[in-house]
Structure formats: structure tokens, C-alpha cells
Design a protein around this ligand. Structure first.
Ligand SMILES: Cc1cc2nc3c(=O)[nH]c(=O)nc-3n(C[C@H](O)[C@H](O)[C@H](O)COP(=O)(O)OP(=O)(O)OC[C@H]3O[C@@H](n4cnc5c(N)ncnc54)[C@H](O)[C@@H]3O)c2cc1C
Ligand code: FES
Length: 283
């Protein structure tokens, strides 16, 4: 797990990016600790707010020299609405970095990055790192509509191997991000696929990547109440290296997992063979 800091981060800017808003925060000490795949938990609504739970966001960029981090925020409900009403020059209460990062490649490798919507936000830093190490990268960026894609130009600046998919066909290939996946893995000879997006997408990515002989590393986005390992709202059934399935907390034991170890079909259930299920009354 990362060693997080809690601080009041100054809001340096809020800029529109398609359907999203990008928040630039001055967070001294945080950026140097961030690795691709980490997330931040932000208090929303101010000190008198009834919204007690922090909201989680992927860390998109971390700049240790400027001591800034940036987040890509989709307005969803009251918490994100209040967050996006933050004043430039005001502060937000932030805890970061949180969670596990993606495994760092030891040397040059070929990797494919697959994202749904703002799920691309935590992937670019790793892709740039792999490219800087002499590796090769490709992207499949998918979303429901063109305006919900994030980072297409950033990806194209890094590699010509960028595929775009939208559910409604408003940009790129019409269909899910997994539609061109098998061909893309073959085309670039990907050794690993890194993905971030809805669980159904991560499950499908893992199936295809594994069938094509590539590793699959997934950043999951389970609902998180505390973000720091205390409340157990974010648990997932995961097969350990010893072959035993256990519930693990996606906020501290994840959110980055080897996709082949996550029991995707059993998320939201208590499978009888998971270690400790009997104690929960499952027989
Ligand atoms: C590890 C992680 C990374 C995330 N990264 C991003 C990101 O980069 N950009 C972004 O826009 N959103 C991201 N999310 C989703 C974001 O946390 C939710 O959209 C946000 O919490 C919704 O809050 P709300 O009050 O606006 O909505 P409401 O729906 O009113 O939220 C009510 C409650 O549900 C929880 N909740 C609702 N939706 C989600 C969700 N999808 N995941 C987890 N908890 C949820 C909230 O925390 C809150 O406690 C991430 C979630 C996780 C777990
Ligand atoms: S969100 Fe509370 S334990 Fe993970």
C-alpha cells in the first residue's frame, strides 16, 4: 500500500475535457509518492457537509517538481457536483496516494492499455514510462459516446497504435472496447494488457488477454466507503497464490490486481468456497 498523506490541497485549476472536468491540485509531498494506479480520496461538500464519505478518484498526473496532482472527474451525484463547484484558490481535503499501483515493468516490454471512459486517466503515466524504457505501447480507448472518451490525443501523441470505440458509433469503431482487443494484442504483440473501467469490461479484457497469451492487470472501481481498509464495503473474491480464494479489500489490497486472480463472476456474492464463508453463514 502507498503511504498516504492527508492535507488541504489548493485547487489550482478546473478545466473541461469532453464530458469531464480536470482538477489540478497543489498537494505538497503527495506527487513524489504516486505510482500509476494509485487513487485519491477527497472529502466533498465542505466542513459542515452531511456527506461523510470521501469520494475516490484515479490520480491522472503527478508532478513532483510542481507538487501537483490532477484528477479527471465525471459529475455523477451530489458529491461530485459539489466537488466541481470548488473555487480555484480554495482547498479540498485530500488523502493520497491510496491503494496498490500497477506492477512496474523491469525492462522494455510491449503493452496494450484498454480503458472505458475516464478509466484511461491512471494509464497514461505508465504507458509513458514503458515507452521511455524503450518499450512499445498501444491503446484501445472506449466510451459510451465520443464526448465520454478521455485522452485520445494524449494517446496518439505517444503511439500510432490507438483504437477508439464508442457504444453509439459517434467516434471510432461502433461497439465495446473489447471488440478489437484480440486483434490489437496480436497486432502489437502485447505481452501485457493494462485496463481500467467497469468490472464487466475488465473481466472480458482478462479473458481475451489470457486467451491471447498476454498478462492482464486491472484497476478495479468497486464502491468504496472509507478507502483506507476499515469498512469492508469494497471487498472482492480473489484467488491467492496458494490457490485459496479470499475476500480482499480493493482499496488497500487493490485496486490494481492480476485480472486472472479476480473471481469476476462472483463479485457481489459470497461463494461457499471462499475462505471464511462458513463464518458468514454460507454452507
Ligand atoms: C478507485 C476508484 C477510482 C475512481 N476514479 C474515478 C475517476 O477518476 N473519475 C471519476 O469521475 N470517478 C471515479 N470514481 C468513481 C467516483 O468515486 C464516484 O463517481 C463518486 O464517488 C460518486 O459520488 P457522488 O456523490 O457524486 O455520487 P453518488 O452516486 O451520489 O454517490 C453516493 C455514494 O456512492 C459512492 N459511489 C457512487 N458511485 C461510485 C462508483 N462508481 N465507485 C465507487 N463509489 C461510488 C460514493 O462514494 C458515495 O459514497 C472512482 C471510484 C473508485 C472506487
Ligand atoms: S473502502 Fe473501506 S475497506 Fe475498502
Amino acid at each position: 500500500m502507498a503511504h498516504p498523506l492527508q492535507l488541504r490541497a489548493e485547487v489550482l485549476g478546473i478545466t473541461a475535457a469532453g464530458a469531464y472536468q480536470q482538477l489540478l491540485l497543489h498537494a505538497p509531498g503527495v506527487a513524489a509518492r504516486v505510482r500509476p494506479g494509485h487513487f485519491a480520496a477527497l472529502a466533498v461538500g465542505g466542513e459542515d457537509s452531511s456527506m461523510l464519505l470521501r469520494r475516490a478518484f484515479w490520480i491522472h498526473r503527478a508532478d513532483p517538481a510542481a507538487e501537483t496532482v490532477s484528477l479527471v472527474v465525471a459529475e455523477r451525484g451530489r458529491g461530485t457536483r459539489e466537488l466541481l463547484r470548488s473555487r480555484v484558490g480554495g482547498t479540498v481535503d485530500l488523502v493520497a496516494p491510496l491503494g496498490t499501483a500497477f506492477p512496474q515493468p523491469a525492462g522494455p516490454m510491449t503493452a496494450l492499455f484498454v480503458a472505458g471512459g475516464y478509466g484511461s486517466a491512471p494509464l497514461f503515466a505508465l504507458a509513458e514510462q514503458i515507452a521511455a524504457q524503450g518499450g512499445a505501447v498501444g491503446f484501445i480507448l472506449g466510451a459510451t459516446t465520443a464526448e465520454r472518451l478521455f485522452g485520445v490525443e494524449t494517446a496518439r501523441a505517444l503511439t500510432p497504435d490507438v483504437l477508439v470505440t464508442t457504444d453509439d458509433g459517434s467516434a471510432g469503431i461502433k461497439g465495446l472496447a473489447t471488440l478489437p482487443l484480440a486483434e490489437a494484442v496480436k497486432a502489437i504483440g502485447a505481452q501485457a494488457v493494462y485496463s481500467c473501467g467497469p468490472a464487466a469490461m475488465l473481466r472480458a479484457v482478462t479473458e481475451v488477454a489470457t486467451a491471447e497469451g498476454a498478462r492482464s492487470f486491472c484497476a478495479v472501481e468497486e464502491r468504496m466507503a472509507c478507502g483506507v481498509g476499515v469498512c469492508m464495503t469494497c471487498v472482492l473474491p480473489v484467488v491467492g497464490e496458494d490457490g485459496v480464494s479470499r475476500f480482499v479489500r480493493s482499496c488497500v489490497d487493490g485496486p490494481c490486481f492480476d485480472g486472472t486472480r479476480v473471481r469476476w463472476d462472483d463479485i457481489g456474492t459470497i461463494p461457499a468456497d471462499v475462505d471464511g464463508a462458513a463464518a458468514m453463514g454460507v454452507h
